[in-house]
Design a protein around this ligand. Sequence first.
Ligand code: MTE
Length: 322
Amino acid sequence: MQTIHKPNWHIPENHATPEHIFLNRRQFLTTTTIAASAALIPNIAQSATEPPDKTLNLYPAKQNPAYKLNRDITPINVTSKYNNFYEFGSHKRIAAAAQALKTRPWDITIEGEVQKPITISIDELIRKMPLEERLYRHRCVEAWAMAVPWTGFAFSELLKLADPKPSAKFVEMQTFYDPSIAGGQKQIWYPWPYKEGLTIAEAANELTFLATGIYGKPLLKQFGAPLRLAVPWKYGFKSIKSITRFRFTTARPVSFWEDVQPKEYGFWANVNPEVPHPRWSQASEELIGTGRRVPTQLYNGYGEQVAHLYKEGDSLGLTLWR
Ligand code: MTE
């Protein structure tokens, strides 16, 4: 992944503004940014040659007030043009190339150590799930950050559907594989398809979210349509895009970046400002589209929800590579 070199100066997020004014302004900006961003997303983000998305009428979903932000939503004209999706190129301007991805028909397979293995169409899966909107931060390992309104469902709902056996300790997720449309997958030195993994306890955590939409509409392709993970306390590479497969396993999966460079990208990858990446600091992050840097927080500010998951030995998960 590319490095962003920026000076290490800090500005507190609520610098010089009384808290009640700061928080009201946040609420106002959040609502207006979501509405303005939604207006920029076409109702149908698919190509004319694809079967229709049968879930359009489910958007926008009701916002879950438990998942709010203390920073501004990043507007869509920033987030939709600055993406990591190596299947379509190893730079940020992959949005145009990603439109080649056909997201219907799209099947999701749930297999491995489960009582109920199933292959189900994405529309059927989404229709079974209680959709909601959540405002989440996202912190890339490259030291940039954004904040977006995801629509989707809690991973715990997928666990109910799959019914993992007691032997299941991990879940591995896999992205599509089709080098004929995804030029990056012709780069044979990468271990395609992209894979990621979580422990079952992480997957069951209330924060772990499967996103089907963003800014009140179905996901644009560059964000990982039609289904992507959002685990906001972990570095962004854990949030795998365009998922086709969930495999429940007894052994810890080896993820894409861990396979490529195990000394730099590990299984846990929990956000930690104290542990630098071997090649750069993680102490602060650039809020994309603003030119500002802010201090990075342990677990990206989500310690209250997730710190209890990491109590023993090296599974503290606070270094990148163990
Ligand atoms: N998923 C797949 N399949 N391929 C990728 O290259 N990049 C990861 C993650 N998921 C990636 C992926 C990284 S490094 C980040 S930071 C986020 O996606 C970027 O998400 P965004 O483009 O929606 O901001």
